[in-house]
Design a protein around this ligand. Structure first.
Ligand SMILES: CC(C)(COP(=O)(O)OP(=O)(O)OC[C@H]1O[C@@H](n2cnc3c(N)ncnc32)[C@H](O)[C@@H]1OP(=O)(O)O)[C@@H](O)C(=O)NCCC(=O)NCCS
Length: 313
């Protein structure tokens, strides 16, 4: 196979195709579910009707002309790449960011990869005795991410496609309000699902305290951790002490600030507070206390910081 030619046809850098080729090798892939079963699966994965319709329209049937050989290769090898790291919990891009405007196959290639991996990761969950409801709730982050990406006009997807490989490898679990990522510590993530009240956070932490020793008895966790714009103490200059974000911050001991590798906190704030990466600041809304805080901070020539914190389990 000519990797340079494949990369050119996919419209992506050749190094990215070489990476997929190297990591996936000739390892086993996994088949997609039957097309007839797909609507019910998409429903369980909380995929909204507009996204589900697009996914069904672009379905990689054996005769579909829009599925060129290089797209089929990437889908197959991307599944193999993620599957090869089943049980892993590090950051793992499933392949190159594609020019998604070229059509539904391009737009949703990594969604089809995720669908192929549902059975694989469900087997992993079963092997660890994880209940069906935790399994499906965790995997249903797909629908939430697709809906956010639609609001973001596609700007969210390049990160989401990598984030979702954690779910597909058994690396992250949604337990109540928070998502918990296996690792040296239990890494906390906060999905967009309404306010994060202290009571909901407490309940989620308690659920994790029971969940991990029970389902991963060989792993020993002593701390929860979080890396986020939400932990930036500068937010205390703007938000009331009783706000959920400030109350969440108080749980953590912060690590000394270090410029993070590859993360620009101002961009992450745009992503999570305004759900856009490209709207100029003067056109962003000032309709909540946090949005006003963010914009005033920038207007004063200041920047947000990505902070990492921990607390004992
Ligand atoms: C984390 C999150 C749930 C906190 O929301 P919350 O519980 O409402 O937080 P607070 O009580 O501290 O909110 C204080 C104020 O900021 C506003 N606010 C909080 N998060 C906001 C957000 N993401 N976008 C816009 N406004 C927000 C609230 O509406 C409130 O303003 P108001 O008093 O004018 O209504 C919310 O920011 C969110 O859903 N974020 C997206 C996911 C995310 O950021 N995850 C972390 C990724 S690193």
């Amino acid at each position: 196979m000519d990797l340079a030619d494949t990369a050119a046809r996919l419209g992506v850098p050749v190094e990215e195709v070489e990476r997929v080729h190297r990591l996936a090798g000739d390892r086993p892939s996994a088949p997609l579910p039957d097309r007839a079963d797909a609507p019910a699966i998409l429903d369980r994965l909380a995929v909204r009707p507009d996204d589900a319709a697009e996914i069904m329209a672009g379905w990689p049937g054996p005769d579909s002309p829009r599925w060129t050989p290089e797209l089929r290769w990437l889908l197959d090898r991307s599944v193999a790449l993620v599957r090869a790291d089943l049980g892993g919990h590090g950051w793992l891009p499933p392949g190159p960011a594609l020019p998604r405007e070229r059509g539904p196959a391009w737009r949703h290639l990594y969604v089809y990869a995720y669908l192929a991996l549902v059975d694989v990761v469900r087997g992993y969950h079963r092997d660890h005795g994880i209940a069906d409801d935790v399994s499906w709730t965790t995997l249903a982050d797909l629908g939430r991410n697709l809906a956010v990406d639609r609001r973001m006009r596609g700007e969210g997807w390049p990160v989401m496609q990598s984030w979702l490989t954690l779910h597909a490898r058994g690396g992250v679990y949604e337990l109540g309000r928070l998502q918990h990522q296996r690792g040296d510590t239990i890494g906390l993530h906060i999905p967009e699902s309404g306010p994060m009240t202290p009571a909901a956070v407490d309940a989620s932490l308690d659920a994790a305290r029971a969940f991990f020793p029970r389902h991963f008895p060989d792993e020993r966790h002593t701390e929860f951790s979080c890396g986020s714009w939400l932990l930036d103490p500068q937010l205390r200059e703007y938000l009331p002490a009783g706000s959920n974000i400030i109350r969440f911050q108080r749980r953590f001991t912060l690590e000394p600030y270090q410029e993070p590798d590859g993360i620009d906190a101002d961009v992450e704030v745009l992503r999570f507070v305004f759900r856009t990466l490209s709207t100029p600041p003067d056109r962003l809304p000032r309709d909540t206390a946090l949005r006003r805080a963010v914009l005033d901070h920038w207007a004063a020539g200041r920047h947000w910081r990505w902070r990492v914190g921990r607390f004992p389990i």
